[in-house]
Design a protein around this ligand. Structure first.
Ligand SMILES: Nc1ncnc2c1ncn2[C@@H]1O[C@H](COP(=O)(O)OP(=O)(O)OP(=O)(O)O)[C@@H](O)[C@H]1O
Ligand SMILES: [Mg+2]
Length: 258
């Protein structure tokens, strides 16, 4: 696979095995700068495993991950986040006993380098960082309509609101690329529309996305290109209309229905 200058991230020939089971088998992917790339495929196809590889949560055998021209294959989760690559999880990871606002502030402070700087900086500079995080958190919560719930416990939110919180937590790190693992799962259709609109507005701000999703309305509305993963490999990619019309894709989905 050749590198193109408008690629923000490329994955080349990545393999992941769990014992004998092959979860990713020579997976490859290209995420365009400024774009929203979709990743679909039947349950168990390896989509979340692929995001785990990109986010640095999952070791892999062979292959490379290039982010903005830099080989990040061996970088830790934190170093990837510092480089501008963050993600959300299929199961939201909010801290339920903390407030919505505290969840965001913690996401900003939860970087190892951050703590060291705070220890080294004088208290007024440290306070300034906290104030900036507070301003950022408030503006994000206002944008997604959660500011009025800022002081509520995170576990009191609905499923859809938790998805928005999860996205805002990732945004606290001011990423350039955000990987969203099923942002619409379990979310009511009105809120799905709001999440989609928020992603579009972030794209207009210059952010890039990759979205794993079973909600084909969301994929069709937001994503181009769309990659189809089946049994750990990329089956095909193209516009939503192209992949939806592909007989192999239909077969892969039907094969997943036992
Ligand atoms: N830590 C693990 N240990 C063993 N097997 C695993 C592990 N993680 C994932 N798998 C297996 O790898 C395969 C791919 O899992 P993955 O979660 O990536 O699928 P997915 O495409 O995200 O599916 P879904 O659409 O259901 O979320 C599945 O068969 C899963 O059971
Ligand atoms: Mg998954």
């Amino acid at each position: 696979m050749t590198l193109q200058t408008d690629d923000l991230l490329t994955v080349q020939d990545v393999n992941v095995g769990f014992g004998e089971f092959v979860a990713l088998d020579g997976a490859h992917l290209r995420i365009a700068r400024g774009g929203i790339t979709g990743i679909v495929g039947p349950n168990g196809a390896g989509k979340s495993t692929l995001f785990n590889v990109l986010g640095g949560q999952q070791a892999h055998q062979g292959g490379r991950v290039i982010f903005d021209g830099r080989d990040i294959t061996r970088l830790s989760v934190h170093r990837r986040a510092q480089a501008g690559l963050t993600r959300t999880f299929q199961i939201s990871r909010e801290l339920g006993a903390l407030t919505v606002l505290e969840n965001l502030l913690l996401a900003a402070a939860d970087q190892p380098g951050e703590k060291l700087w705070h220890a080294l900086l004088n208290s007024s500079a440290s306070r300034r960082c906290e104030e900036q995080a507070m301003v950022h958190a408030q503006s994000l919560l206002e944008r997604v309509g959660l500011w009025r719930l800022a002081h509520d416990r995170a576990d009191s939110l609905s499923g859809g609101q938790k998805k928005l919180l999860e996205l805002c937590r990732a945004l606290m790190l001011k990423p350039r690329l955000v990987l969203l693992d099923e942002p619409a799962a379990g979310v009511n259709p009105v809120l799905v529309g709001e999440i989609a609109q928020f992603i579009r507005s972030l794209q207009a701000d210059g952010m890039s996305f990759a979205i794993v999703e079973h909600n084909m309305d969301m994929i069709a509305a937001l994503c181009d290109p769309v990659y189809v993963l089946a049994q750990g490999s990329v089956l095909t990619h193209g516009s939503f209309a192209e992949v939806a019309a592909n007989a192999q894709v239909v077969e892969a989905y039907l094969g997943g229905v036992q």
